[in-house]
Design a protein around this ligand. Structure first.
Ligand code: TXA
Ligand code: MG
Length: 364
């Protein structure tokens, strides 16, 4: 299959730029498109054959459910049964935007889309390209991140091309995304909303809107043997670079997530430097993930990448996946990363980094 790449001029966006993509979606094909979080790999969410094509293109296990994307609120009614009060409040506060909500599914949604679950995850993206595309398609669009299963999510059309060339009909190139980590997922099927995946609608923002919000244990640590995380996607080694990644942080961080928000201690810099030098002495290629404040302190022979200033969580989130992909392309063999505190957007950054590290955290 030849994959067509269509550049979208955001300043002068016209329906004619999106109409072919919308037709492909309507006819059961696959189109990758930008959203404000990461690029999505879209298909008609109500068409079970189209949903199956997504799993094939990504190499994704078919028990890992997809998020249905909508352009307008009334579409939600056709996908779900019963919207709780908290659901309505969150919708009003944060839609359109980087928030996905899980509801009991309606009969219209095929089990191929929900990975066999009786619930469905729904999101109304804020990106104007994504929303207009969904609107023109006239169907809800199932869209996981447009990466090969297990690789870091794509934040540019070029990332999508690396993974999906020849596997899908079209890629809409809308430039680099704004947020860079996937949407927040909240389960609204129980009495208390449960955070399943942290994102740019932060835990603090959720609590401000609805009061009590529980946090699924899988957000912070791997599910124990036999324990099933509520978002099935959280059980797979996710966001993973090919190299082994070690997260290095100060031991005092345990239980005190606010600490060291502004500075990384010399102990962390020393520990990363020592390990990087050891690996390099054995002929390995090493990548180091750090922040502006420390980048000059690491050995120049390593591939040293700063994600941004330590206080600038938006920049850190936006750059994280691109750096992991760059390390893949450079065939880096070992990655050492500074750590980040788990507040606000930092919770999402930390969640993605610990997953990429396979929960391998070195405390010094
Ligand atoms: O920001 C995003 O959400 C992006 C863009 C494209 O919108 N999409 C995305 O999709 O990240 P994906 O498939 O990569 O991640 C979806 C996550 C998975 O962890 C999946 O297990 C979970 O959502 N999920 C989907 N449906 C669910 C459901 N009914 N119950 C619980 N978790 C669900
Ligand atoms: Mg994904």
């Amino acid at each position: 299959m030849k994959t067509k790449v269509v550049k979208i001029d955001r300043a002068r966006m016209r329906d004619s730029q999106l109409s072919e993509a919308a037709r492909i979606l309507r006819e059961g094909g696959l189109v990758a498109f930008p959203t404000e979080t990461v690029y999505g790999l879209g298909a008609n969410a109500l068409d079970q054959e189209a949903a199956k094509k997504i799993y094939a293109a990504k190499g994704r296990p078919s028990d890992n459910p997809l998020i249905a994307h909508i352009a307008r609120e009334p579409e939600l009614e056709t996908l779900v049964q019963g919207i709780s009060k908290a659901g309505r409040t969150l919708m009003e506060a944060y839609w359109p935007g980087p928030l996905t909500m899980v509801f009991p599914k309606s009969g219209a949604v095929p089990y191929e889309t929900t990975g066999g679950l009786d619930t469905v995850a729904v999101r109304m993206p804020g990106d104007p390209v994504a929303r207009r595309l969904i609107e023109l398609a006239g169907v809800p669009v199932a869209a996981p991140s447009a990466n090969t299963s297990g690789r870091p999510s794509p934040t540019t059309a070029d990332h999508v091309f690396q993974d999906m060339d020849g596997r899908i009909e079209m890629i809409l190139d809308g430039g680099e995304v704004g947020i860079g980590v996937e949407s927040t997922i909240v389960d609204l099927t129980g009495p208390v909303p449960v955070l399943l995946r942290p994102g740019a609608v932060t835990l603090e923002m959720l609590c401000a809107a609805v009061g009590e919000v529980a946090v699924d244990p899988a957000v912070a640590r791997p599910a124990a043997a036999g324990q099933k995380p509520k978002a099935p996607g959280m059980k797979y080694r996710h966001y993973a670079p090919r190299a082994e990644l070690t997260l290095v942080e100060e031991s005092e961080w345990e239980g005190q997530p606010g600490l060291s928000q502004k500075a990384v201690s010399p102990r962390v810099v020393e520990a990363i430097t020592r390990r990087a030098l050891e690996k390099m002495a054995r002929g390995h290629k090493v990548g180091i993930i750090c922040t502006e404040e420390t980048r000059q302190r690491y050995p120049a022979e390593a591939e040293v990448r700063s994600l941004g200033r330590r206080g600038d969580e938006e920049a850190i989130a936006r750059n994280l996946f691109a750096v992991l992909r760059e390390f893949d392309n450079l065939e880096v063999e070992a990655i050492f990363s500074e750590s980040f505190s788990g507040e606000r957007l930092g919770l999402a950054i930390r969640n993605r980094l610990t997953k990429a590290a396979g929960y391998h955290i070195l405390r010094v």
